[in-house]
Design a protein around this ligand. Structure first.
Ligand SMILES: [Zn+2]
Ligand SMILES: [Zn+2]
Length: 258
């Protein structure tokens, strides 16, 4: 099992893509702008999309992807791409994206009987089984209903926090799991602490408080930094002197789950 980082930035600019991870070649975890770097053939192999929350930087490639692969998947009679999310996230996609105004309702196209997308609700704590992969839905603490994911690998769990502020429930659950790699957001620098708190994201200072609740020494990869702020945010994180092995996540990076 491997995870390819398609995008890990908090916003866009040349060379910066928003959140998307490809697990093997068929499971997409979040659907930010990074998805647009996949070839049409790679896009057509995606059978599942796991969505952490409804914010645009994490969902905008879902409607575009559906349009891209509709013909290829219909020709080869592939089943609908399953979009998995919290009920509130799926309701938001229905109401605000697939509403016939922003985009057509691809849960009923090309036909209601054989659509290109189908929506599948999950709950926090649920363990999804996707073609032999075990993925647990983790809690997140954001401005809209949100979650993270833990993918079970041979060496332990690859954990993605999703967008989140301080989240004691996450650390309680991770204390019960073997964490091999942690992808955690730090969306703002310390000088924007007030903004981080209002928008329920982490700053380096808050990250330090969070990582103190993670036992052992773990490979920690920082995601969701805004374009142009990488060096400053990583310098503030280095000053934390965390015992964990902390570095910035990079688009294009391959993460091996064993
Ligand atoms: Zn968000
Ligand atoms: Zn985000």
């Amino acid at each position: 099992m491997k995870i390819r980082v398609l995008g890990c930035s908090g916003a866009i600019a040349a060379g910066f893509k928003t959140t998307a991870f490809l697990l093997d070649d068929d499971v997409l975890i979040d659907a930010g702008t990074g998805v647009g770097d996949l070839s049409l053939e790679e896009l057509a192999r995606i059978d599942h999309i796991l969505v952490s929350h409804s914010h645009l930087d994490h969902v905008l490639s879902i409607p575009l992807l559906a349009d891209s692969v509709l013909r290829l998947r219909a020709e080869s009679r592939r089943p609908p791409i399953q979009v998995h999310g919290l009920p509130e996230t799926l309701a938001a996609l229905r109401q605000h994206v697939f509403n016939g105004i922003i985009w057509p309702d691809f849960t009923r196209l090309p036909s209601a009987e054989r659509p290109v997308l189908s929506l599948h609700p999950f709950t926090i704590g649920e363990c999804l089984e996707l073609a032999g992969r075990h993925i647990e839905v983790l809690s997140a603490a954001h401005t809209v209903p949100a979650c993270g994911f833990a993918v079970a690998g041979a060496e332990g769990h690859w954990v993605f926090t999703g967008d989140t502020g301080p989240n004691p429930a996450l650390w309680a659950r991770l204390a019960e799991l073997r964490v091999s790699q942690l992808v955690i957001e730090t969306a703002f620098g310390n000088e924007e602490q007030a903004l981080a708190d209002i928008s329920r994201h982490l700053s380096p200072a808050r990250l330090g408080e969070e990582l103190r609740q993670l036992a052992g020494v773990v490979d920690v990869r920082i995601t969701h930094i805004k374009p142009g702020e990488g060096a400053a945010v990583m310098a503030e994180i280095a000053a934390l002197l965390s015992p964990h092995r902390v570095s910035a996540l990079q688009a294009g990076q391959l993460m091996d789950l064993g």
